[in-house]
Every structure is written in structure tokens, then in C-alpha cells.
Design a protein. Structure first.
Length: 216
């Protein structure tokens, strides 16, 4: 599987993977099913956004077979993984345990937060804006944080103890990209403006559970 590893030393970073058309078609079909089911999960999420819908755990083989191996690749790339929190002689098993689709409209945002589980991931399905256009808007030019407008951000402590942001620019070319990172890594999504179309993303969590070793 082709992926890229990104780091912000001295902390573990994140990995990204561009999904192919078959996977993207599968995801759009699952989004349609989520709309039909209409299970709203906004109340259990941090986002100040219009709607988040549960994606269901039936027939998830195609996406699980991408996400779970990427967790293994993450563990190879970065030595500081949260899998090491589970101690003892048990066998640690990664479990794809939840995913949902987000509809974010202009002025809406996800505040700084982290997720449950060991790993979290996001797939940007539709980005209706370009950062280069957003940063030229009056609301951005009048702000000291114009480089943050509309973007996805990780927040972490750098080597001298300062809270620092790592920005992933939101633009159309990032559509179809999966980003996987430790669930405890804080992140946020800034609002975009002057666009009536929604930003659509999928997010999910991977948990770790332990089971006793099988006696031979």
C-alpha cells in the first residue's frame, strides 16, 4: 500500500494515503446508505457542524482492510505508539469500531479535541473551497490567524514545550485522501466562508483490545 509518513518531532506524526476510484465509489455508496438510515451522532461528537451520521458496521471489509493495515504501518514508522499502553502477556488486537460522515457548512467548525481508541482517521471526500482563495477573504486578512482559515490542524507540544499547530491545507486536490493518526493527538477544523456547498468528510476510530493467548 502506498502511503506517506509525516512527522513533527519529537512527537509521532501521521500518515496519508490516496484512495483509488473503487474505494471512493464504495465510500460514496456508504454515505448514501447513511443518509437513508439517518442515524444522527452529533451529540457524541465535538463538532459544531450541521450533521454527522453513523456509517454502520455492516460490510466494512473494503475500508477496514485499508485502515487496519495502515495502523500496522504507522506502528512501524513511529516508535511512540499508543499500542504499548496495553501490558501483560495478552494478545493485542486492533478493532475497527466506529465511523461516521460529517457535513460541515460555512462558518461551522470542529474545536480542538481528541478521540477515543488507539488510532483515528479521516477521509476528505468533498472540499468545496481552496485555501488560497479563503486566505484572501476580508475575514482572513483582518485576522492574525489568516493561515489557519478553513484548514485542518494538529496541535502538539514541540521540543521546547510550546503548543504548536501543524496545518493541512484544505483544497480540492486533497479529496480522496485518508489521514491516520493517534487518537489522542489533538486536532481541529477551522471554518470556511463564502461557499454554500458542504465540506464532506468521513472519520472513524480504531480501538485496541486484549485477549488471552491460546494455549497449545
Amino acid at each position: 500500500m502506498d502511503y506517506s509518513a509525516h512527522t513533527f518531532q519529537p512527537n509521532p506524526g501521521y500518515i496519508t494515503c490516496k484512495l483509488n476510484k473503487d474505494v471512493i465509489d464504495f465510500l460514496w455508496a456508504r454515505i448514501d446508505k447513511a443518509k437513508e438510515r439517518g442515524v444522527v451522532v452529533n451529540s457524541r461528537l465535538a463538532g459544531n457542524i450541521t450533521k454527522s451520521l453513523d456509517m454502520g458496521l455492516e460490510d466494512i471489509g473494503l475500508i477496514a482492510n485499508i485502515v487496519l493495515p495502515l495502523c500496522g504501518e504507522y506502528s512501524k514508522q513511529f516508535s511512540q505508539t499508543y499500542e504499548n499502553q496495553v501490558a501483560g502477556e495478552s494478545i493485542n488486537v486492533l478493532s475497527f469500531n466506529e465511523w461516521w460522515v460529517n457535513y460541515q457548512y460555512q462558518n461551522e467548525f470542529n474545536p480542538t479535541h481528541n478521540h477515543s481508541g488507539i488510532y483515528s482517521w479521516v477521509i476528505w471526500m468533498k472540499i468545496p473551497t481552496e485555501f488560497d482563495d479563503q486566505k484572501k477573504l476580508p475575514i482572513a486578512l483582518e485576522s492574525s490567524s489568516k493561515n489557519h482559515i478553513s484548514n485542518f490542524e494538529f496541535s502538539y507540544i514541540n521540543s521546547i514545550g510550546k503548543v504548536t499547530q501543524h496545518i493541512i491545507q484544505m483544497e480540492k486536490k486533497i479529496e480522496g485522501t485518508l489521514c491516520l493518526f493517534p487518537a489522542q493527538l489533538k486536532h481541529s477544523v477551522n471554518p470556511f466562508y463564502n461557499c454554500d456547498d458542504p465540506r464532506i468528510s468521513i472519520a472513524g476510530n480504531v480501538s485496541l483490545y486484549s485477549k488471552p493467548p491460546i494455549d497449545n
